[in-house]
Design a protein around this ligand. Structure first.
Ligand SMILES: Cc1cc2nc3c(=O)[nH]c(=O)nc-3n(C[C@H](O)[C@H](O)[C@H](O)COP(=O)(O)OP(=O)(O)OC[C@H]3O[C@@H](n4cnc5c(N)ncnc54)[C@H](O)[C@@H]3O)c2cc1C
Length: 368
């Protein structure tokens, strides 16, 4: 269908909302993005954009990597004292990029604005307030709009807390990720912004948590104490952390219903995920690329939203399930650690199992 002049409202200016704004504005819609935060600032830290996320960006007309992206040469799996156990080469589908969330968001925002989208910050829309013929609710994992479309979704604490920190690299880090596994905890680290910074995501099991949120301020001294068992170069990075945020991991099911004929859920609003497959942002980019294609092919908006939902729900649910499964593999305790060490030395295939189908997905070729 021709979207020229069609008024469209996007609720939420995160990665998903801005990608949707770009897709719709490129198709000629009159797009307004409402973002609750007072400004689009440097929030967040590192993101891994794997081959499927890169394919989604290409489908949205963005062929180049965001500024400062580091192209990965692979992942090294280590024991918590720093010893490398195995090295995984880049996936067959292509090398992952390590990017700062703010750099990816800037690239999407500039693209959306160049295509004509208007962005209003400091504007929190309640469900039912969004105007226009088409509404995209990209208001994150605690989406208020999801309730209208799919009913209430209970959040359950996943028993894990992620500490996130950025540390000056202090040298020239190898363009690779380390996945360092200890009993009841693991740390993912990789370089960002041309190698000037190191991104740390440190996940530990906790029973005592209630607060939901992904940017709670953390105490660096407590972080260092809790991860003091981690040694080697990672131990040095942990010792240098001066600012840290906490994210209490919560589980919510993937929405059963993604749209109501006028409003579509997109990104974490539709499919909140644990971070263990590093796919939340990539899935949001895929959603936006598919929504753009569905609108171009369909006869009207309800038809487009039906095609979008049908193409995305099974795919997102599969990736979310895989991410949930990785949690226990990273945290096994003795004596199972022995079995894991053997598997890792034999090639780490078990830990990477299933991921090829995640990476080898191009929204430009999905049947709609
Ligand atoms: C520790 C951690 C590591 C991660 N690592 C990766 C990774 O390596 N790779 C990857 O692909 N993904 C990763 N992710 C996931 C990724 O960050 C998210 O899945 C993705 O950013 C979701 O984007 P979104 O736009 O759907 O939601 P959000 O980023 O949550 O954006 C929602 C926006 O909507 C706004 N908003 C909410 N309600 C309203 C309202 N009523 N009106 C107006 N605005 C509203 C919010 O202010 C917010 O800006 C990670 C996440 C975390 C926490």
């Amino acid at each position: 269908m021709d979207l020229t002049g069609c008024p469209a409202t996007i609720v939420g200016g995160g990665i998903g909302g801005m990608a949707a704004a770009l897709a719709l504005a490129r198709a000629g819609a009159l797009v307004t993005v409402h973002e609750a935060a007072p400004a689009l600032t440097e929030v967040g830290a590192g993101l891994q954009v794997s081959a499927n996320g890169q394919a989604a960006l290409r489908a949205l007309g963005l062929a180049d990597a965001p500024a400062g992206a580091v192209v990965s040469t692979g992942t090294v799996m280590r024991g918590h004292r720093g010893r490398a156990m195995t090295r995984l080469p880049p996936p067959a589908a292509g090398a992952t990029w390590y990017v700062h969330r703010a750099d990816l968001l800037s690239m999407l925002t500039e693209g959306a604005q160049a295509a004509g989208a208007r962005i209003v910050t400091g504007s929190r829309l309640a469900p039912g307030e969004a105007g226009g013929d088409l509404v995209v609710a990209a208001d994150g994992s605690r989406s208020a709009h999801r309730v209208l479309i799919d009913g209430p979704a209970e959040a359950r604490f996943a028993g894990q807390v992620a500490w996130r920190a950025l540390v000056p690299a202090g040298g020239t880090p190898a363009p690779e990720a380390s996945l360092t596994m200890g009993p009841g905890a693991h740390v993912v680290s990789y370089p960002l912004r041309g190698g000037r910074l190191m991104n740390l995501v440190a996940v530990e099991e906790r029973r005592d948590w209630t607060e939901e949120g992904w940017r709670l301020p953390g105490d660096p001294a407590e972080f260092r104490r809790r991860f003091s068992a981690f040694g080697g170069p990672l131990g040095d990075l942990i010792a240098r952390v001066e600012e840290v945020n906490l994210w209490a991991l919560h589980l919510r099911p993937v929405a059963e219903r993604w749209q109501d004929g006028r409003t579509a859920l997109l990104g974490d609003a539709a499919h909140p995920t644990l971070p263990f497959a590093a796919q939340g942002a990539c899935l949001a980019l895929e959603d936006a690329a598919i929504l753009g294609r569905a609108l171009a092919l369909a006869t009207d908006i309800p038809d487009a939203l039906r095609r979008y939902e049908a193409a995305r729900r099974t795919r997102a649910a599969r990736v979310v399930r895989l991410a949930g499964g990785n949690a226990w593999r990273f945290h096994v305790r003795w004596p199972l650690t022995w079995g894991r060490a053997v598997v890792l030395r034999l090639g780490g295939g078990l830990l990477a199992r299933g991921m090829d189908a995640v990476y080898d997905h191009d929204p430009a070729t999905v049947a709609l």
